[in-house]
Design a protein around this ligand. Structure first.
Ligand SMILES: *Cc1c(COP(=O)(O)O)cnc(C)c1O
Length: 479
């Protein structure tokens, strides 16, 4: 493909993308394919001679689209949103064009510097404490990770390194391998599975803290476990709090938990993967109070801030804790500016060496929506969730299972888990809307998350009519 053809095909692709996104609601949101469907649709080997572009494009509809779950469909209510907007997609195209791998400042200065400034912009939108903002005299700053899972793992590894250094200094005669076995990390029983996985990857013992009636961890619950473990000769070193849990959007009480962690030398990381975006709205910002006690904080603009995957924003209170834990400096990565103290080499902040120019997506989206545009997006989706909640509450056959605070409604038919499981099965089979379940206090619960930027009131109404119709059928059969 030469430049002339690229210009032509590029314009066609933009049209295809716009048509796809503006008309996704006409496609069944959930695909009707069996596992392994794709292999039989394409040759077993790559072509020896080049295929034609037209053939490739034709195969997008024939091979790919039938197996796509349409996350941007206004009828997609599963998981949490996958962020998407035209400005973010255009920026991603530019990122691909520049094609730099920005592991050090010298590897592409704009890649590093825009990222630092964008994380400051975003940190200010969230009114994060000054120490997280790199542009001030603070010791902290922000970085874009690929996912919240990576942010959690990085924080856990940095915390472990810091804890080991501290105890080794106090007890130099005990070998490191023995100290490691004493370390204990904590998280909520409602925390995302990626937190437990981080502990498995890092080979760290992680204990689950029980939650209260609202599925939130309270200070007293963590305190009790810390006391027990210290009495048993163990060393608590890390707590991952969740703001907006995945099952039901519960908020751990970080104003209670933070001071305990600070007092006990326990690193507090906050995972606000979904809910974090809402903190740009003053009415939701109080839920972030207590972040001043955190050593690191993370949320996913690629969930709810209109930025396409992947873009997970992470801030640390002390850059040195991250960099100090993972610094390896081979000659080929050294550059003349690195000792100046003025620049950031983001390779020290993450697992991989290579990194994409992801801050372009932030820059385009922040500038083309403005803070007000982003706030309007969050508020619209919360209002839609409240509207759906009101439908559920008005129907005596259903119950709401957790307070609706943002864009997630947890609900179920009053009755057995089997009944609700059957309802979800029917919903999934009809493919008109798509949602996933969760378990709360032993109950099988349906999660209705407002996801697509294109979801409007009429879609919510349609979804509710569909759910009630399937429920009617089900309840009649069961009588
Ligand atoms: C979605 C989610 C995650 C996982 O996010 P990734 O970016 O896919 O790793 C982690 N924690 C919570 C609370 C989430 O909702």
């Amino acid at each position: 493909m030469d430049a002339a053809e690229f210009r032509r095909r590029g314009k066609e692709m933009v049209d295809y993308v716009a048509d796809y996104l503006e008309n996704t609601e006409q496609r069944p949101v959930y695909p009707d394919v069996e596992p392994g469907y794709l292999r039989s649709l394409i040759p077993p080997e790559a072509p020896l001679q080049p295929d034609s572009y037209d053939d490739v494009i034709k195969d997008v509809e024939r091979v790919i689209m039938p197996g796509v779950t349409h996350w941007q469909s206004p009828y997609f209510y599963a998981y949490f949103p996958g962020g998407s907007s035209y400005p973010a997609m255009l920026a991603d195209m530019l990122c691909a064009a520049i094609g730099c791998i920005g592991f050090t400042w010298a590897a592409s200065p704009a890649c590093t510097e825009l990222e630092t400034v964008m994380l400051d912009w975003l940190g200010k939108m969230l009114k994060l404490p000054e120490h997280f903002i790199a542009g001030t005299q603070g010791l902290g700053g922000g970085v874009i990770q690929g996912t919240a899972s990576e942010a959690t793992l990085m924080s856990l590894l940095a915390a472990r390194c810091k804890a080991l250094k501290r105890i080794q200094a106090a007890k130099p005669d005990i070998p490191e391998c023995e100290l490691r076995t004493k370390l204990v990390a904590y998280t909520s029983e409602q925390a995302h599975s990626s937190v437990e996985r981080a502990s498995l990857i890092a080979e760290v013992t992680m204990r689950k803290v029980p939650t209260d009636g609202t599925y939130a961890v309270r200070g007293s619950m963590l305190k009790k476990m810390l006391e027990e473990d210290k009495a048993a000769g163990l060393v608590p070193f890390y707590f991952c709090a969740t703001l907006g849990t995945t099952p039901s959007l519960a908020f751990d009480r970080i104003t209670e938990l933070g001071p305990i962690c600070n007092e006990e030398n326990v690193w507090m990381h906050i995972d606000a993967a979904y809910a974090g975006s809402a903190f740009i709205c003053p009415e939701f910002r109080p839920l972030l109070n207590g972040v001043e006690f955190a050593d690191s904080f993370n949320f996913n603009p690629h969930k709810w801030l209109l930025i396409n995957f992947d873009c997970s924003a992470m801030w640390v209170k002390k850059r040195e804790d991250m960099i100090g834990a993972f610094k390896v400096d081979p000659l080929y990565l050294k550059h003349e500016n690195q000792e100046s103290g003025l620049i950031t080499d983001y390779r020290h902040w993450q697992i991989a060496l290579g990194r994409r120019f992801r801050s372009l997506k932030m820059w385009f989206v922040f500038r083309l929506y403005g803070l007000q545009g982003l706030q309007a997006h969050i508020r619209k989706q919360v209002a839609l969730a409240k509207e759906f909640e009101s439908f559920v509450r008005a129907d005596k056959r259903f119950e709401i299972c957790a307070e609706v605070i943002m864009g997630l409604v947890c609900f179920r038919l009053k009755g057995s888990n089997d009944l609700n499981q059957l309802l979800l099965k029917r919903i999934t089979q009809h493919r008109e809307i798509h949602l996933v379940p969760c378990q709360l206090s032993g109950l099988f619960v349906l999660r209705f998350a407002i996801c697509s930027r294109r979801t409007d009131s009429k879609h919510i109404q349609h979804a509710w009519r569909h759910i009630t119709q399937l429920s009617c059928e089900l309840l009649q059969e069961n009588h």
